[in-house]
Design a protein around this ligand. Structure first.
Ligand code: ZN
Ligand code: ZN
Length: 269
């Protein structure tokens, strides 16, 4: 079975959406032991899980697709609405939650999904620190941002989820490859939007999950805490080296490709 990518558009309000991506594949059932957090580690957090599941419910049942193998899934940037993401998983077992960076609009559903599935949470070491120490600041910053833009933040987030900081289990670094069954992703550290922003490159599938680093026709903002125009410029130079046919799946708005962005002047972003 080919690795599939299912986009889930997370809508916080009619004007602001974040793209979550669900990758589904197949793993040897034996492999799954290593990629999940031991149950004992989760025990102390079970009450929180109940509280924050918010309709997400218990982990979906594992389905063996053929003897010795299991349908698995990886989620990238679950910004909110975990119940919709779980629905997109179908019968696949969620084994990992990958974060392109630590901004609130990309991590609002992490705690619920992690606690209900046991999946490990992966992020770059620089943004993992920010998630751990500045979570309330991130949350309040986005609430204020939303209020400024739209004059309200009543519907901007799920208040139950927003008070629980996600826990990062695995720290990522540039150049690493992470493998879950037949899903293989290379970590490209692309600071600029945040210090610990990463892109996730699926070479076999010719697709790049670009977070808030590269969008259709532009790049991510560099004026938030930890942002740097100079770092963004350097990061975009690296992305230019990818094959032009590479599909770019960003954290917001529509997909694009490296080739299309080169034509639009990727160097000048
Ligand atoms: Zn962001
Ligand atoms: Zn974003």
């Amino acid at each position: 079975m080919k690795v599939q990518t299912i986009p889930v558009r997370i809508a916080r309000n009619p004007h602001f959406t974040t793209n979550c991506y669900v990758l589904s594949g197949v793993a040897e059932t034996d492999e799954l032991v290593d990629v999940r957090v031991p149950e004992a580690q989760r025990t102390a957090e079970r009450d929180i899980a109940k509280e924050c599941a918010g309709g997400a419910g218990e982990a979906n049942p594992v389905k063996e697709s053929s003897p010795g193998t299991t349908e698995i899934a990886v989620v990238i940037d679950p910004g909110d609405q975990p119940e919709r993401i779980l629905a997109a998983l179908g019968s696949a077992k969620l084994v990992a939650i990958l974060l392109t960076h630590g901004h609130y609009d990309h991590i609002g559903g992490v705690a619920s999904l992690a606690h209900s599935s046991g999946a490990k949470v992966y992020a770059h070491e620089l943004d993992a620190e920010a998630i751990a120490t500045n979570y309330q600041q991130i949350r309040n910053g986005y609430a204020a941002f939303s209020k400024k833009l739209y004059g309200r933040f009543k519907d901007f987030h799920n208040p139950l989820l927003s008070n629980i900081a996600p826990r990062v289990d695995v720290l990522l670094r540039d150049g690493e490859h992470i493998t879950f069954g037949d899903i293989n992703l290379e970590i490209i550290h692309t600071p600029g939007h945040t210090r610990g922003s990463i892109c996730l490159y699926d070479q076999a599938g010719a697709q790049l999950f670009s977070g808030d680093t590269l969008f259709k026709g532009t790049c991510g903002r560099t004026d938030f805490v930890g942002g740097s125009p100079a770092s963004m410029h350097t990061s975009l130079q690296r992305l230019k080296e990818l094959p032009p046919e590479t599909l770019v799946l960003p954290g917001h708005d529509e997909p694009t490709s490296i080739g299309a962005e080169l034509e639009l002047g990727l160097s000048e972003y």
